[in-house]
Design a protein around this ligand. Structure first.
Ligand code: AMP
Ligand code: MG
Length: 181
C-alpha cells in the first residue's frame, strides 16, 4: 500500500514522518529526492530548492519519472507536495498521470498555524525558502486542501487533515499511524 503525506515547507513534516516511520511498518520515500537525483544526473540543478524554479515542462518530466520509480514500491509513505509554488503559479504535485502511477489509498495533509510556519522557516538556514508572508502561507495551505480533495475525487482515496501542534509532533504522528491500514 502507498499513502501520500504533504504539507507546506516548515510545517514540521520531516519531524512527524520520522516518528511515523519509527512506529509503523512504512518506509518514507521523498518524492523531491527522487526528482533531485534525476535532475542532478542531467545537470539541471544542484540544489533541491532549484527544482520548483525550472521550466514547468522540465518539472513535469522529472515528476513523471519519479512517479514511475515510486509506483513500483510497496508499503511506502510518499513525502511530497499537493501544490508546488512555481514562478508560473501553483503546480499540481499529483496530476492525473502521476496519480495513475502511484495509485495511493490515502492522502494526509499536515497543517499548522501560518505564523508558526513563518517562524520555523525564518529559523531554518539549511533551505532556500521563498520569502512568503503569513498570508501567502495561509493561501498555500488552503490551496493544498483544494488540490488534495480533487486528487481524492479522481482516485477514490481518503483525505486526512492533520494538525502538527507546536512542540508536539508525536500527536500528529499518532493520528496518522491510527489511520494507516
Ligand atoms: P522537498 O524537500 O519535499 O521540498 O522537495 C524538494 C522539491 O522537489 C520541491 O520543492 C519540489 O520542487 C519538488 N517536488 C517534490 N514533490 C513534487 C511533486 N509531487 N511534483 C513536483 N515537484 C515535486
Ligand atoms: Mg521536509
Amino acid at each position: 500500500m502507498r499513502v501520500v503525506i504533504a504539507g507546506v515547507a516548515g510545517v514540521g513534516k520531516s519531524t512527524v514522518l520520522d516518528i511515523v516511520s519509527s512506529r509503523s511498518g512504512y518506509t518514507v520515500k521523498n518524492f523531491g529526492t527522487v526528482m533531485l537525483d534525476l535532475a542532478i544526473s542531467s545537470n539541471m540543478v544542484s540544489d533541491r530548492d532549484e527544482i520548483r524554479k525550472l521550466p514547468v515542462e522540465k518539472q513535469i518530466e522529472l515528476q513523471r519519472s519519479a512517479s514511475e520509480t515510486l509506483g513500483s514500491m510497496d508499503n511506502i509513505i510518499i513525502d511530497t507536495h499537493m501544490a508546488i509554488k512555481s514562478p508560473n503559479g501553483y503546480l499540481p504535485g499529483l496530476p492525473e498521470w502521476v496519480l495513475r502511477k502511484l495509485n495511493v489509498s490515502s492522502y494526509f495533509l499536515i497543517e499548522a498555524d501560518p505564523k508558526e510556519i513563518k517562524k520555523r522557516r525564518d529559523e531554518d538556514p539549511t533551505r532556500h525558502r521563498d520569502n512568503d508572508t503569513i498570508e501567502d502561507i495561509e493561501e498555500h495551505q488552503i490551496v493544498n486542501r483544494q488540490f488534495a480533495i480533487s486528487y481524492a475525487v479522481f482516485s477514490g482515496a481518503t483525505v486526512n487533515f492533520i494538525t502538527n501542534p507546536t512542540g508536539h509532533p508525536e500527536i500528529a504522528a499518532e493520528q496518522i499511524i491510527g489511520r494507516l491500514a
